[in-house]
Write a protein that binds this ligand. Structure first.
Ligand code: NAD
Ligand code: UD1
Length: 341
């Protein structure tokens, strides 16, 4: 099938582009480059052995996106990655987050109606579960309890919109994938996560400390009710996540479905730092800091619905994710930015 990736030059999009092409599909990308570089798409294309058409535009620019789709179509499905994802920034700039995250999903649904595209896979997030009542998290666990930030709310709202759109149009195939914590990089070391500025998330922060560009990792609290007192998360290798999108596109049926994409294995902050230290062959300096506002003690999924419904499960370990992240970080200490001469 031919698949349009909105936000396809980003971290998860670029890895999914490679996985889709390797599975025999064609990919075209719309990305406004607000958090990415065309270099990611150039490298993804060279890894997969295909030219990936790229439109550098806001996905809400409907006339340009339609013309691009008509030029390279027909398109069978959209994977909608495009959006803003920094939780803290969403608290400071809520209107911008609603504008981009909801507006881009509306634009994609309008494009699909105009161009008769039946299938959408949407990047949702484990953040929609808020503060878990019970663990592991299942797709039917309550959502929206204590949703502390506008970012999480935009994910919930777009899920609701897809549900309503599918109820109104029986031909629509809509899947929301609730990612747990994506980590790692392509094993080639050619594509990976390239956050601008100081990373907010744990793995890219640890990677920057390992490479020497940051001094030490702050551990946000070691007094949680967990085995070693630090937070537990479900870290999923980005290649497993990419494979989950291929499965979702190939298995999508009429209607709206939600799937967790995670490993089901909880890993603590200290365990992740130790695994990264082993992968990089160096000690990672740490300091215990107070808890971060809004954090939960533990978040991990029951991944059985995706295994049964999509025939997909994660296969890679945290050690593989650390090894691949380290390879990417050490080979590209400045990310996709050209090296200084
Ligand atoms: P990313 O920032 O690397 O990728 C998003 C891409 O969308 C970027 O390339 C950016 O330039 C592009 N973009 C943003 N607004 C756009 C617009 N209006 N028009 C066109 N392009 C636009 O982020 P990612 O980590 O690859 O995440 C992809 C999706 O998955 C996002 O929707 C994110 O919210 C969601 N998600 C990410 C995580 C995570 O931890 N990485 C977890 C859960 C969900
Ligand atoms: C983040 C997002 C969440 C998103 C999820 C999945 C925030 C506040 N939340 O959550 O919306 O759904 O990613 O990608 O960004 N930690 C440290 N030191 C650090 C950074 C993190 O100890 O420098 C700890 C955190 O307290 C947490 C764990 O590491 O226990 C993971 O943190 P992070 O990578 O930011 O992910 P989440 O908090 O799960």
């Amino acid at each position: 099938m031919r698949v349009l990736l909105s936000g396809g030059a980003g971290y998860i999009g670029a890895h999914t582009a490679v996985a889709l092409i390797e599975a025999g599909h064609e990919v075209i990308v719309v990305d406004d480059m607000s958090n990415s570089s065309p270099e990611a798409i150039a490298r993804a294309g060279s890894l997969a052995g295909a030219e990936i058409p790229l439109l550098g535009a806001d996905v809400r620019d409907e006339p340009r996106v339609r013309a691009f789709v008509q030029q390279h179509g027909p398109v069978d499905a959209v994977v909608h990655f495009a959006g803003l994802k920094a939780v803290g920034e969403s608290v400071a700039q809520p209107v911008r987050y609603y504008d981009v995250n909801i507006g881009s999903a509306v634009a994609v649904l309008r494009l699909m109606a105009a161009e008769s595209i039946p299938t959408i896979v949407f990047s949702s997030s484990a953040t929609v579960y808020g503060r878990p009542e019970t663990l592991p998290l299942r797709e039917d666990s309550p959502t929206g309890i204590d949703l502390a930030n506008p970012y999480g709310k935009t994910k919930r709202i777009v899920e609701e919109m897809l549900k309503d759109a599918a109820a109104a149009d029986p031909r629509l195939r809509a899947i929301a994938l609730r990612y747990f914590n994506p980590v790692g990089a392509h094993p080639s070391g050619r594509i990976g996560e390239d956050p601008s500025g100081t990373p907010n998330n744990l793995m890219p922060y640890v990677a920057r400390v390992a490479v020497g560009s940051l001094e030490r990792v702050g551990i946000f609290g070691d007094d949680y009710p967990t085995p070693d007192g630090t937070g537990l998360r479900d870290y999923i290798h980005v290649l497993d996540l990419a494979a989950g999108h291929v499965a979702a596109l190939e298995r999508a049926r009429e209607g709206f479905e939600v799937y967790n994409l995670g490993t089901g294995v909880p890993v603590s902050v200290r365990e992740l730092i130790a695994a990264f230290g082993r992968a990089a062959g160096r000690q990672i300096p740490t300091a215990v800091l107070p808890r971060r506002a809004g954090d939960v003690a533990a978040s991990y999924c029951d991944p059985s619905k995706a295994r049964e419904g999509l025939g997909w499960s994660a296969t890679r370990t945290i050690d593989e994710a650390c090894r691949d992240s380290w390879r990417w970080q050490s080979q590209n200490p400045r990310g996709y930015a050209p090296s200084p001469r």
